[in-house]
Design a protein around this ligand. Structure first.
Ligand code: FAD
Length: 518
């Protein structure tokens, strides 16, 4: 690799999905370094997004309604101030994305088309290229980033450690095709996406296993609401990894859930197929646990329109030999979205000086205990502007330039999340209890406390398991079979790595015995 010392001092953005790209673009003309672990645009959850971006643009809609739906989905745990700011920014965010070149779907009059998704009280899902919204957004943002001279993209380079002195960032250690790279910087943005890749069944890219959360946790940052993972109820149940998603929009257009006997098993539940995701996921999970299979039936409601309205899903189904206009679509729940993440304030600042978080890796409090569909692309794109603004403000503050005293150039072992996947799927899935969570934490502990290929995935998995153990109630996407009720008082949760390790060590002896047997 060429000498990169000329990049020293620039803010470093780790991850190049919608959050990382938008932060870099919003920072222009401030010079920045953007790390992309694969070729730019590849391996992101952003490019898989189908439904769209939530924005209250209709005449029958307004930010107050969007806020009410968001708070309702969040089940008492949203930060209402952050949520208000995000929904109010939605119109400007759509305009900004369009300015960067995103071609949203419009009617003949030029007005943006608006789709409906579960738990939204109005049609407010702005989409592009039908159900290929994420791919179109990424196409435009990658192109815009490549044309922006202030953005220095390091492709096929991943961050492996944050260098921290006196609770402040001083650098990032990375691995690239030619070995280790140390970038000296006082400002880092973690935009590494979600944690679905820690589970066997997920809609996330395999590389989304919370590496940014591990980087931040090791650096001493506080993480928040980690126990809240949204399981999408309708991942396409064919042998693919990641599992393809059959978007909520398909149910929004009238498709229903049936089993192999044709029984519509959600029909008598409040909201039926358009109930919140956690309710639908548990109903499907419960039905599968009884030995049934689960399908989406789009034959009557959408029929021959399916290919035109949902071209991506149609193509995925056809590749598996299924014609959704005439046949049932097999589905099952899969880990999909992490509401928790690096605790971030309204400007994306973490508890470590010089460390910001943006997108799915951040926990701003917008989603609370459960995410309202299509609020995540909105959050990533709108909060990127606030992160960028805050970084620019921090650059203006005169500071003594800090240089890393010791630059560790020895890379930790290559990462491998495969050992963590069965453990999380078994103990930390849709339905949880004390025994399963304790066992997961106990099995992950030795890996999380050592330096091996599984350490980082184990750190994140263990922190999620401990947060889920501590929450002795069922709320939003977190369901405890041993505590099925909601607690009277809603409280958000925070956790640091040292606390999580200490809690795991305190697990009782029978649990450790069980873990050793596993
Ligand atoms: C199938 C699917 C459909 C979805 N549909 C919608 C939708 O319709 N609407 C909606 O609002 N949301 C949707 N979501 C959620 C939404 O897509 C994500 O929350 C959002 O795209 C996350 O963006 P991000 O930039 O934070 O992360 P990502 O887009 O995942 O980007 C993170 C990037 O960081 C990289 N990275 C990770 N670790 C490192 C490292 N150590 N060093 C360097 N790079 C690293 C990753 O490789 C990746 O490229 C969907 C998600 C999925 C999986």
């Amino acid at each position: 690799m060429d000498d990169l010392s000329h990049l020293d001092g620039r803010p470093v953005i780790i991850g190049a999905g919608i959050a990382g790209l938008m932060t870099a673009l919003r920072l222009a003309p401030q010079p920045v370094v953007l790390l992309s672990r694969a070729a730019l645009g590849i391996g992101t959850a952003s490019s898989l997004a189908q439904g769209g971006v939530a924005a209250s643009l209709g005449e029958d809609d307004d930010p107050a309604r969007h806020l009410a739906d968001t708070l309702n989905a969040g089940d008492g745990l949203c930060d209402a101030g952050v949520a208000r700011k995000v929904v109010q920014a939605a119109a400007a965010t759509i305009e900004a994305l369009a300015r960067y070149g995103v071609r949203f779907d419009r009617g003949q009059d030029g007005a943006l088309l608006r789709g409906l998704e579960a738990a939204h009280s109005r049609r407010r899902i702005i989409h592009a290229a039908g159900d290929a919204t994420g791919a179109e957004i990424m196409r435009a943002l990658v192109e815009a980033a490549r044309l922006t001279p202030s953005i220095y993209v390091l492709e096929r380079v991943g961050a492996r450690r944050l260098m921290v002195e006196e609770n402040a960032i001083v650098g990032v250690l990375c691995d690239g095709p030619e070995g280790s790279i140390a970038l000296a910087t006082e400002r880092v943005v973690i935009a590494t996406g979600g944690v679905g890749g820690l589970f066997l069944e997920t809609t996330n890219p395999a590389g989304s296993f919370g590496q940014g959360l591990a980087l931040a946790a090791r650096a001493g940052a506080e993480l928040a609401d980690l126990e809240f993972i949204q399981f999408h109820p309708t991942a396409l149940d064919i042998a693919t990894h990641p599992m393809a998603l059959v978007s909520e929009a398909v149910r929004g257009e009238g498709a229903v859930l049936v089993d192999e006997t044709g029984c519509r098993f959600m029909a008598d539940k409040p909201g039926a197929e358009l109930a919140p995701r956690d309710v639908v996921a548990r109903a499907v999970w419960g039905h599968l646990a009884k030995g049934h299979r689960a399908f989406l039936d789009a034959r009557q409601a959408i029929g021959t329109e399916f290919a035109a309205r949902f071209p991506t899903i149609d193509a995925l189904c056809r590749r598996a030999g299924i014609d959704p206009a005439k046949q049932l679509i097999p589905i099952r729940p899969a880990a999909h979205y992490h509401m928790g993440g690096i605790a971030a304030d309204g400007a994306g600042r973490s508890s470590v000086e010089g460390l910001w978080a943006c997108g799915e890796a951040a926990c701003t409090g917008l989603h609370g205990a459960n995410r309202l569909a299509s609020n995540s692309l909105l959050e990533a794109a709108s909060t990127a502007a606030w992160v960028a603004q805050d970084i620019v403000g921090s650059l203006a503050r005169t500071r003594v330039r800090r240089r890393p005293r010791t630059v560790a150039r020895t890379l930790p072992p290559a990462l491998d999340p495969s050992m963590a996947r069965p453990i999380l799927s078994r103990g930390v899935g849709v339905m949880r209890d004390r025994e399963g969570l304790s066992e997961a934490a106990a099995v992950l502990l030795p890996f999380a406390s050592s330096q091996c290929a599984a350490s980082e995935p184990a750190i994140v998995g263990l922190m999620i398991a401990i947060a889920a153990l501590r929450r002795e109630e069922s709320r939003g996407a977190h369901f405890r079979m041993d505590f099925p009720q909601r607690a009277a008082r809603a409280r958000r949760s925070t956790l640091r790595l040292d606390e999580a390790l200490a809690s795991a060590r305190e697990l009782d002896a029978p649990t450790m015995h069980l873990a050793r047997r596993a």
